[in-house]
Write a protein that binds this ligand. Structure first.
Ligand code: GDP
Ligand code: MG
Length: 595
């Protein structure tokens, strides 16, 4: 154990975590230059394209230092707030963390939230000032900021550039010197913390763990303490560029386990592996079930593709344990699924994977949070789809989820951010100047407001400078109402939304205006109405299509005509016929684009 170091890299998105990880792997010759491709740890196509780490990964390196061989386990963590529970479990598997700060950006919301997680787990922090090669780097200012934040010695900060490979030997030396070796009882009962899992279509689920106490041997009969499930450790090993099977993984080390598990759901991040023969008396602390926070309906564009979509959802769920869904029927859209996601990014990822990996064209309905409704009969029910909201006269009260949001911004944007947050029904709880120019704001805020394009607005107001992080707090009583939309008198259930009463009139009006822009004109006039219960609160009229749209092209430019037809055809792909009205996908997301 003396020669093992377990560490992670924590940073705000884009501060250069994956790039630096690549350099560490290269320098320690874990990967030869022939196998090197950018951002090796981000192996899902989607991750590479978007430059974000969706799933965390681990990789082992050998490193010679002062004539002794060390094993370094690098645990990569996803930086996005949707995946903060996974980050917390990865951190719990380490003794130390590299804290990267972009020298041109300074500390951001996720720098701080991840730092707190690391400090709560007693990790040794190695501060790294990254991207010092950038012309816009402000090394001295940002160092001041880091000293303030960490209370560290200025000389402890390692200047680096993952891009140019600057600082890499210094970082590796600091990992060995500053981070303590793992503690634990090598001869005690096995306690291994699961911090990640992967799906492999041939071998089933691969479980990634860190041995906290004891050791695990190939062939051991093991038990996952929180799920209570039992398996044989058919194969165990360490994670290099490829998996290297081993007979035993010792106390303090990181490894993988394969035991023919077929379903991602059986493996819960944060669970503890022990042996049946000599079980640990307790599971490792900190386990919790990840809970979906955002819900939406997913429907096939072609109703005939429902079974294909079910197939795709089932396959997707095999390797995305956080995704939950159940069949749902909409009067407007037919058969589909009500899905639960960790957050908005997770929702986008699922939608994109359905399209890319499974070739499905889907319509996603308005996202919603989960409300707790107490009925007049004294029943408590959970409502995550507007269609399930009971009639107003049957509701005693409604509670909605609140989050604690932390926003870091340049001070010149504070005014704009304050008014945005006030408009989103938030309560300001704290305001701290990190430096003369940077402010940290803390709000209590309804999650429902974050779901509706809060992040985009925050970025616009702050010209991209503000960053956001949040965590769930509690449910609070709120005056919510269900807003329905009718097209020519028919209620379109998939366009309903649950909104706060104080905003409902404004919303209804803007939503109708937006729908009038988005729904293509058709051969007849369409009345677009918004209603709360029986009461119509807004109306717009979409006039009928004039018959001569194509006629304009006749005799004229043929390519223009083809373009127009092509455009219509493309539009078709994501249209749904509801009653006699064609509705495009954008209309189902219109509430997100209001204002
Ligand atoms: P992550 O989100 O923290 O994993 O960040 P990435 O490693 O994906 O890097 C984000 C962006 O910053 C990419 O465009 C990188 O090419 C760039 N980048 C990363 N490290 C450096 C660096 O040291 N210098 C410069 N100039 N750019 C960097
Ligand atoms: Mg990354």
């Amino acid at each position: 154990m003396k020669h093992i170091r377990n560490f992670c890299i924590i940073a705000h998105i884009d501060h250069g975590k994956s790039t630096l990880a690549d350099r560490l792997l290269e320098f320690t010759k874990t990967v030869g230059s022939r196998d090197m491709q950018a951002q090796l740890l981000d192996d899902m196509d989607l991750e590479r394209e978007r430059g974000i780490t969706i799933k965390s990964h681990a990789i082992q390196m050998d490193y010679m230092y002062n004539g002794e061989l060390y094993t370094l386990n690098l645990i990569d963590t996803p930086g996005h707030v949707d995946f903060s529970y996974e980050v917390s479990r990865s951190i719990a598997a380490c003794e130390g963390a590299l804290l990267l700060v972009d020298a041109s950006q300074g500390t951001e919301a996720q720098t701080i939230s991840n730092l707190y997680l690391a400090l709560n787990n007693d990790l040794v922090i190695i501060p790294v000032l990254n991207k010092i090669d950038l012309p816009g780097a402000m090394p001295e200012e940002i160092k001041d900021e880091m000293v303030d934040l960490l209370g560290c010695d200025r000389n402890d900060i390692i200047p680096a550039s993952g891009k140019e490979g600057i600082g890499v030997p210094e970082i590796l030396a600091a990992i060995v010197e500053r981070i303590p070796p793992p503690k634990g009882d090598p001869n005690g009962p096995l306690q291994a913390l699961i911090f990640d899992s992967h799906f492999n279509s041939y071998r089933g689920i691969e479980v990634i763990f860190r041995v906290k106490n004891g050791r695990i041997r190939k062939g051991d009969k093991v038990k996952f303490m929180n799920t209570g499930k039992e398996y044989f450790a058919d194969e165990i090993g360490t994670l290099r560029l490829t998996q290297e099977p081993k007979d035993v993984i010792e106390c303090g080390d990181v490894g993988y386990l394969i035991s023919g598990i077929k379903v991602a759901k059986e493996v819960k991040v944060g669970d503890t592996v022990t042996t049946i023969d000599n079980p640990a008396s307790a599971a490792i602390q900190g386990f919790s079930e990840v809970k979906p926070m955002v819900f939406a309906g997913i429907y096939p564009v072609e109703t005939s593709e429902f079974e294909d979509l079910r197939d795709a959802m089932e396959k997707l769920q095999l390797n995305d344990a956080a995704l939950v869904w159940e069949p749902e029927t909409s009067a407007a859209l037919g058969f589909g699924f009500r899905c639960g996601f960790l957050g908005m990014l997770h929702m986008e990822i699922v939608q994109e994977r359905l399209e890319r990996e499974f070739n499905m064209t889907v319509i996603t309905t308005v996202p919603s949070v989960r409300f707790e409704v107490l009925t007049t009969k004294g029943e408590a029910i959970q409502v995550s789809a507007p269609a399930d909201m009971p009639e107003p006269n049957l509701i005693d009260f409604i509670e909605e989820p609140f989050i604690r949001a932390q926003i870091i911004s340049k001070s010149e944007y504070v005014g704009g951010i304050m008014s945005l947050c006030m408009d989103k029904r938030s309560i300001l709880r704290n305001q701290v100047y990190l430096t003369a120019d940077r402010v940290e704001l803390q709000f209590e805020m309804p999650l429902a407001e974050v779901v509706f394009d809060f992040f985009d607005k925050l970025k616009t107001i702050s010209r991209g400078y503000a960053s956001l992080d949040y965590e769930f707090m509690d449910n609070r009583e709120s005056d919510m109402v269900k807003l329905d939309v009718m097209l020519n008198g028919d209620k379109v259930d998939a366009l309903s939304a649950i909104v706060h009463r104080s905003k409902s009139y404004e919303w209804g009006k803007k939503l109708c205006e937006k729908l009038r822009e988005l729904i293509p004109r058709q051969q007849f006039e369409i009345a677009i109405q918004a209603a709360i219960g029986q009461k119509i609160i807004a109306r717009e009229t979409l006039s009928a299509l004039r018959k001569d749209v194509l006629a304009k092209c006749y005799g004229g430019d043929i390519s223009r005509k083809r373009k127009l037809l092509d455009k219509q055809k493309k539009g078709k792909k994501r249209m749904r016929q509801v009653g006699n009205v064609e509705i495009p996908q954008e209309a189902f997301m219109a509430v997100l684009k209001i204002n």
